[in-house]
Write a protein that binds this ligand. Sequence first.
Ligand SMILES: Cc1ncc(COP(=O)(O)O)c(C=O)c1O
Length: 394
Amino acid sequence: MLPALPFRLTLNQARGRAGRAVLDPEGFAEAKSAITAWPGYEPTPLHDLPGLAAGLGVAAVRWKDEGARFGLGSFKALGGAYAVARHLRQTLGRDGIAATDADLASGRFAHRTRRVTVACATDGNHGRAVAWGAQRFHCRAVVFVHATVSAGRAEAIARLGAEVRRASATYDDAVRLCAETAAREGWMVISDTSWPGYEEIPRAVMQGYRLMAEEAYAQWRGDPPTHLFIQAGVGGAAAAVAAQAATTFGDGGPRVIVVEPMAFDGIARSLAAGRPVASPPGPDTLMAGLACATPSPLALAELLLRAEAAVGVPEEAVAPTMRLLARGIGRDPPIVAGESAVAGLIGLALARANRGAAAALGLWPGARVLLFGTEGATDPDLDARHVSCCEAVA
Ligand SMILES: Cc1ncc(COP(=O)(O)O)c(C=O)c1O
């Protein structure tokens, strides 16, 4: 299916013994009840891809397609925008005002909420989600992007009314600059990653992401999935998928496999070490949403407890995999997937084709695999370039 490119498999030897559950059921119930009440909410589709499954030699492959989520192109509104609304509700609550998200969206309290500034660092999708939340719920947003965030992605954030500051070299630099600036200016940081002493908001972000997983598990028909492949930047999405799998399927549920760019393999290093370890500086990645060197400690706690393994995938596989999905195999529907969304499928394809990795992960012909297509064409220019450049070499 893909050429035998190099990849890296790191098993989580401490699974079930290290880490801890950080996502409580109440927090998810709160997130679900808020988000499902937003106008425009509907579950994103789960596509069955039997042609792809046959090509990979497994029983089933299904694709949770987040491309249409709230018109933003990725799953991220479930986290960033939810955390913005929650913060505004709490701010009003401190003044004795019990507001709902609908009250906020109506502009009823805009004279108060406009005084609030939320800030975040982003490689694209989280910033867009925060900007969208700020626009929808009426506050100001400042979004820090690093050097390699594409112009298309920065413009999409600015079009939502946020002030975009292009500042630092890497995502991790932008996270630091954002936190420092916000502390100085009295802004609220809405980060998808955590650090010591800053956990409440990233926890709420992950609680929102759980809705993507809950929908997918409810949409799954027939025998339950045996494997979940989920790509990671700071690890929040993977932690949410894993936590929700434990809730839905209990012990003995699907194996959760986290997939990262080889150049940004902080989760693999951290699973091996049993504590957060950053990936060393190195080359950049096409998978912009996954270009995070330092894992979120909060997410990592959940992943140490529940993830089976991490797979590091090579850059060369990204464009061919986007192309494969865009074309569709056999009767499979064509899928539009951004660069960061295909990492899970790359991890599955490379591991399935490698005897040792397939054995270690139990990826046999009976495997039923759920992939999370976490973004559609979030930068259509880049997307077109990858799909057509690959067409030229195919
Ligand atoms: C499309 C896409 N998929 C996956 C991720 C990974 O999410 P996390 O950083 O929570 O691991 C991101 C993060 O920005 C993303 O944009």
